[in-house]
Write a protein that binds this ligand. Structure first.
Ligand code: NAI
Length: 306
């Protein structure tokens, strides 16, 4: 495919595209010939407030760069809003080819202090929202026998992180939703994949910079430009990725990773059946060497971004 036409005439909805990673998706998709629905509610990072101008500004940027785009200010956490986004795509451009579930908020808190509202708000945007958007697009994808879903997940969910029980649970749930969609819709030639990004955006911009060690860490994080995530997303939206589905990728600056998925790693069996005592005496000692540590994302990705 020629540069500038990788996703020519594909109609792509990008949620939360008024800034950060989503804005770079919109710009890259527009530059590669897509017609982009730039959705953004325009909230603060913890999901408060609303500003429709944010989506419009990015749509204007895409158009100014020679691309095609319209803005949408609905919330992904609202079933009617999700349907409205898909309707707008179909009414404006005649079809929908790809949705990128990217909108996000954070309500970080240690689990033992997390309120029900903090739990619900994050599950609504990161798990219920992607279900609503994906489900609203499904009849179109099924009827046209094509379509691509891209879901932004996180190593906070795939690996772990402190103080993010709501977010981690939503993101690992989203990875499972993606796999389910990939399986249920394979018969209609529809694909579903995840990207776990690492990017310097307002979402991680609040990291403390008090100590020298923290300052050095933030300087390293700033190398992870949000625009580095876009090439993989544009590829996954395109027909070049027609045989790629059910996968979880990660992108960090110039690195792209294929992430593992859950598989059994050790098994024990007994002819007599297990008792609590034999679990303690035989199963656990055999499995313990393969136990996972309480790793955080940064313990696994423990080298500097390339
Ligand atoms: P960001 O905060 O810069 O952008 C998120 C956008 O989503 C904001 O413009 C916000 O207004 C919008 N939004 C929030 N709630 C919405 C709603 N209900 N409906 C529509 N739009 C809404 O965040 P960033 O860093 O660009 O993140 C994009 C995605 O990537 C998120 O899903 C995030 O969880 C994920 N991610 C980002 C990482 C990073 O290193 N930046 C790491 C792992 C995952």
């Amino acid at each position: 495919m020629d540069k500038g036409s990788f996703v020519k005439d594909k109609v792509v909805l990008v949620t939360g595209a008024g800034g950060g990673i989503g804005r770079d998706f919109a710009l890259a998709l527009g530059a590669e010939g897509a017609k982009v629905i730039v959705n953004d509610l325009g909230t603060s990072m913890n999901g408060e407030g609303r500003d429709v101008a944010r989506a419009q500004t990015v749509a204007d940027e895409v158009v100014a760069a020679g691309g095609q785009a319209v803005a949408n200010g609905d919330s992904v956490a609202d079933w009617d809003g999700a349907n409205n986004m898909i309707r707008q795509a179909v009414e404006t451009y005649g079809r929908i080819d790809c949705v990128i579930n990217n909108a996000g908020i954070l309500r970080d808190r240690f689990f033992f202090n997390m309120s029900v509202d903090e739990w619900r708000a994050v599950i609504d945007v990161h798990l219920n929202g992607p279900f609503y958007i994906s489900r609203a697009a499904a009849p179109h994808f099924k009827a046209q026998e094509s379509g691509s879903y891209i879901h932004m997940v996180s190593t906070s969910g795939l690996i772990g992180n402190l103080g993010q029980a709501n977010y981690s649970a939503a993101k690992l749930g989203l990875a499972a939703l993606s796999k389910s969609i990939a399986m249920d819709m394979a018969r209609f030639n529809v694909r579903s994949n995840c990207i776990a990004p690492f990017a310097w955006s307002r979402m991680i911009g609040g990291i403390a910079t008090e100590t020298d060690e923290q300052k050095a860490r933030v300087a390293r994080l700033q190398k992870m430009e949000s625009s580095k995530i876009a090439p993989l997303a544009v590829y996954l939206a395109s027909d070049a990725a027609k045989d790629v589905s059910g996968q979880i990728f990660a992108v960090r600056a110039n690195e792209i990773f294929l992430m593992s998925q859950m598989r059994p790693i050790r098994s024990m069996h007994t002819a007599e059946g297990w008792t609590p005592q034999s679990v303690a005496e035989r199963a656990m000692p055999a499995m313990r060497p393969s136990f996972y540590k309480l790793d955080r994302s940064q313990d696994v990705f423990d080298w500097d971004p390339v």
